[in-house]
Write a protein that binds this ligand. Structure first.
Ligand code: ZN
Length: 237
């Protein structure tokens, strides 16, 4: 039997890269506020903080609306771990390399994520691909840069013969502004859902509860989240 033809791409159908972290949860809320049909995709890649994936369903349940469509899971564990380990995927101490890049950087990860997302979007007729990359307040990952995303959009559109729009609503927002965006989108209720149910800590710690949510409190991801929370709360008073 021939494969079913892909759905017609529609301008207002979106796919959100949804890891279960603060940024992607905010992106999901952002997309749900804009588009009448929103699907999500998550990636398993052997991350030490795979606990973040357990946060996806509770977040979707609490943020969901009639606009929320299916969730897709892609397992890239064999692919990425087969290429080598990093502090993101193995019990290696988190440090900064000589070139100033954290050793949590997984080479090619976000490029693969976007490629897989576009392959799903192609089949599902989703034109907008929404992702939480940010180069304002980040760890220096080159695959989070705006130029990288623009280049990926061009490559995917050429390679898949579509007009996908890669949207990164957090690109020019720091972590304080990301909390503020969540508040603008859903008020205290959404901030509380993200604070309680999203996961950021690289070490997968969900036993220590802080004002900003769960985490070890000392890894680079926790430090960014905590500093952003503190700045946002200070800006409110
Ligand atoms: Zn942490």
């Amino acid at each position: 039997m021939p494969a079913a033809p892909p759905l017609q791409s529609s301008d207002d159908r979106a796919l959100v890269l949804f890891s279960g972290g603060q940024d992607s949860a905010t992106c999901l809320a952002w997309a749900l506020a804009r588009y009448p049909h929103v699907e999500t995709v998550g990636f398993r890649y052997g991350q030490r903080h795979a606990v973040e994936l357990d946060c996806r369903a509770p977040l979707r349940d609490r943020m969901g609306s009639a606009r929320l469509g299916p969730d897709h899971m892609v397992d890239l564990t064999a692919t990425l771990s087969g290429l080598g380990q990093t502090a993101m995927t193995a019990e290696i101490e988190i440090t900064t390399t000589e070139e100033g890049l954290p050793n949590t950087f997984v080479p090619g990860r976000n490029l693969l994520f976007l490629t897989c997302a576009a392959a799903i979007a192609w089949r599902r007729g989703l034109r907008r691909i929404v992702a939480g990359m940010c180069e304002t307040d980040y760890s220096g990952y080159p695959d989070c840069r705006d130029d990288t995303i623009k280049a990926m959009q061009l490559a995917l559109n050429l390679g898949l013969a579509r007009r996908f729009v890669l949207e990164t609503p957090l690109m020019w927002r720091d972590k304080a502004a990301t909390w503020a965006l969540a508040h603008d989108l859903g008020g205290d209720a959404l901030v509380e859902v993200i604070r309680e149910h999203s996961h950021t800590c690289y070490l997968g710690d969900r036993t220590h509860r802080h004002a900003w949510g769960y985490g070890c409190g000392t890894c680079p991801a926790c430090e960014l989240r905590a500093a952003g929370w503190t700045r946002w709360r200070a800006s409110q008073s």
